[in-house]
Write a protein that binds this ligand. Structure first.
Ligand code: G
Ligand code: G
Ligand code: MN
Ligand code: NA
Length: 256
């Protein structure tokens, strides 16, 4: 209960900030965008990671306000990077949506308003949903995804391979990409059976005309296997750790 009270206060005082992890093209190592990841800048405890508060936020419903803050902050940060570095306008900002947020009746309106307030084109935003969120109650999820897609935002399935996906539904949803869960990526280049899983996910994605993003890439050998398998994009400590907005600005300055 104490943590809940503290989290409520932290959200009200905007202590939850977004850090940004690079997403890079596998073929030519070009920066494609960032995933926004929540961090709690606690006044006494320092930086607290989502593992310690996202589940509680989800259970208590605090995720709704927290998620709204991360969404606007991420889009506003991207917009401000664009004013300094024109190349940033080609980048995509990926933002996680939890189950609870996906059930909000005004989600589409929230997304529309956050995009409009930032002044960025909607295609700059990618919403990440986990398999279970999308597949549970697939009929209503499809309607909601269609409404989000009508805003022209991109849609990605996060942690792909860890849940249960109906291929029939995957095919019907207006998705743009699949993010291969890092549990598969981390064993790449070590065990043949795990190469086979990532290979199969990439082939599935290609058949469905979806882009594939590999998560959790930590080693050059993993990146090489991904390249040989035709994976589109990658994210992981090898390519860049989640970083505060100031560090993104330094990174973008290096690209000019
Ligand atoms: O950054 P880190 O790897 O510690 O994140 C752990 C988990 O927390 C990730 O699975 C991510 O999906 C989740 N998470 C991080 N930031 C957000 C956020 O802003 N909203 C939601 N819903 N989940 C987030
Ligand atoms: O949304 P999702 O659950 O996929 O969040 C990604 C999480 O994975 C974040 O918490 C991020 O900090 C973490 N992460 C990103 N890259 C790596 C990596 O290369 N290795 C590991 N172990 N974790 C990573
Ligand atoms: Mn994610
Ligand atoms: Na993931």
């Amino acid at each position: 209960m104490r943590l809940e009270t503290e989290l409520r206060r932290a959200i009200a005082q905007e202590e939850i900030v977004a850090h940004y992890q690079p997403i890079v093209s596998v073929a030519d190592n070009v920066l494609l965008g960032f995933e926004a990841l929540a961090r709690w800048r606690h006044p006494e405890r320092g930086l607290i990671f989502p593992g310690e508060f996202i589940e509680l936020a989800e259970e208590t419903g605090l995720i709704v306000n927290l998620g709204r803050q991360i969404l606007s902050a991420a889009l506003q940060d991207l917009a401000s990077w664009c004013t300094v570095h024109p190349a940033a306008s080609r980048l995509t900002m990926s933002v996680n949506l939890s189950a609870r947020q996906f059930m909000q009746s005004d989600l589409v309106e929230q997304v529309r308003q956050a995009v409009r307030a930032s002044g960025m084109p909607a295609q700059c935003l990618c919403l990440e949903l986990t398999e279970s969120v999308v597949m549970e109650n697939a009929a209503s999820a499809r309607v909601l995804l269609e409404r989000l897609k009508a805003l022209q935002v991109r849609l990605a399935v996060d942690d792909f391979g860890t849940g249960y996906s109906s291929l029939a539904y995957l095919h019907q949803f207006p998705l743009d990409s699949l993010k291969v869960d890092r549990s598969f990526v981390q064993r790449l280049g070590r065990q043949d059976s795990d190469n086979a899983i990532v290979h199969a996910i990439i082939q599935l994605a290609q058949a469905l005309r979806l882009r594939v993003v590999a998560e959790g890439v930590e080693e050059v050998a993993q990146l090489e296997v991904l390249q040989s398998l035709g994976c589109d994009a990658a994210q992981g400590y090898l390519l860049g750790k989640p970083m505060p907005a100031e560090a993104v600005l330094r990174l973008l300055a290096g690209l000019d």
